[in-house]
Design a protein around this ligand. Structure first.
Ligand code: HMG
Ligand code: MG
Length: 284
């Protein structure tokens, strides 16, 4: 019996590849996205309009968006930390954008060179400009249980940032266990705080698998009503400003797990396996 559907938001071409030290050719990134486009995802994050000095691997993002073959029904997403990023994403015809904040001050400063409040001030015009052209904006909150600089993170701090992002107009808030320190207990405590301020149907779990507990954390989140999870094919990734962050939870592992539990993902496992092979070949 089906338990209903769960969506996997594929972030491999962005969150996965951004962390690779060796330069990956735009053509290889395009091939990966094109392969993923046939797997049944509704949303694929494949670009990031950030400073190339901060994240050199994402410098070719406009070329990636120009080179892919867009499949109807798939939204191709890009990170945009500020108005400059928004303008570049608009020119490149990203189908949706994302602003990315943090629940901890230490990571906020290290990742985007701003305090939490400063970052929210920067996001406001981005979200407003996107609203004017009907471009959906997703909001990320990083370090939802643990920060590599500040240690344990209070669930109330996560709820505060998630609440602000949602109130500002983000259609969904993705909760990032950036360094994979979460456990089913700490993830559940965090989610219960966030669920009080943002409807659970507007939340996504974004769990890195550093501690090997991402699948357990997804189970804890499913039990609390979360039905969208970010994952990266082949478990690519990490974050350049979060020392110790290993890859995102692997898409193929999450999809297989969800299907075993009785959820529908709408994904073609053979295509995902092929994309995972491509992703592994790209990894240095
Ligand atoms: P800043 O130095 O404070 O900003 O950086 P600035 O406005 O002073 O600009 C500095 C330089 O960057 C200038 O160039 C700007 O033109 C340029 P310069 O004069 O030195 O030659 N610049 C840009 N270039 C291209 N695109 C732009 C842009 N903006 C400014 N949009 C800034 C602030 C946000 C730009 C910087 O800190 C940055 O780019 N950070 C990005 C960090 C990043 O991408 N991290 C990884 C993504 S987050 C993540 O992975 C977590 C997540 O997966 C969830 C989770 O796992 O928790 C989402
Ligand atoms: Mg991430």
């Amino acid at each position: 019996m089906s338990l209903g559907s769960v969506e996997i938001f594929e972030v491999g071409p962005r969150d996965g590849l951004q962390n690779e030290a060796a330069e990956i050719a735009v053509a290889d990134k395009v091939a990966l996205v094109d392969c993923l486009s046939g797997a049944g995802f509704k949303r694929i994050e494949c670009a990031s309009f950030v400073s190339p000095k901060w994240v050199p691997q994402m410098a070719g993002s406009a070329d990636v968006l120009a080179g892919i073959t867009r499949v109807p029904g798939v939204r191709y997403a890009a990170l945009t930390p500020n108005m400059r990023g928004f303008e570049d994403a608009q020119v490149a015809k990203a189908d949706e954008i994302a602003v990315f904040g943090s629940a901890s001050e230490g990571f906020s400063k290290a990742n985007i060179n701003a305090s939490i409040d400063e970052s929210l001030d920067r996001f406001a015009p981005v979200i407003e400009a996107a609203r004017m052209i009907d471009l959906p904006v997703r909001g990320y909150v990083s370090c939802v249980v643990e920060c590599p600089y500040d240690g344990a993170v209070d669930p109330a701090a996560v709820a505060r940032v998630a609440d602000r992002l949602f109130a500002m107009g983000c259609y969904e808030v993705s909760l990032g266990d950036t360094i994979g320190g979460g456990t089913p207990d700490s993830i559940a405590r965090m989610l219960m705080a966030v669920r009080d301020v943002v409807p659970v149907g507007r939340l996504a779990g974004h769990y890195h698998d550093t501690g090997g507990r991402a699948i357990d954390n997804i189970d804890a989140s499913l039990a609390l009503g979360v039905r969208v999870f970010d994952a990266a094919v082949a478990g690519l990734g990490g974050c350049p400003y979060a020392p110790g962050a290993s890859g995102n939870v692997a898409t193929e592992a999450v999809a297989a797990h969800l299907e075993r539990l009785g959820y529908e993902t709408g994904l073609d496992m053979d295509v995902i396996a092929k994309a995972a092979d491509m992703a592994r070949a790209m990894r240095g």
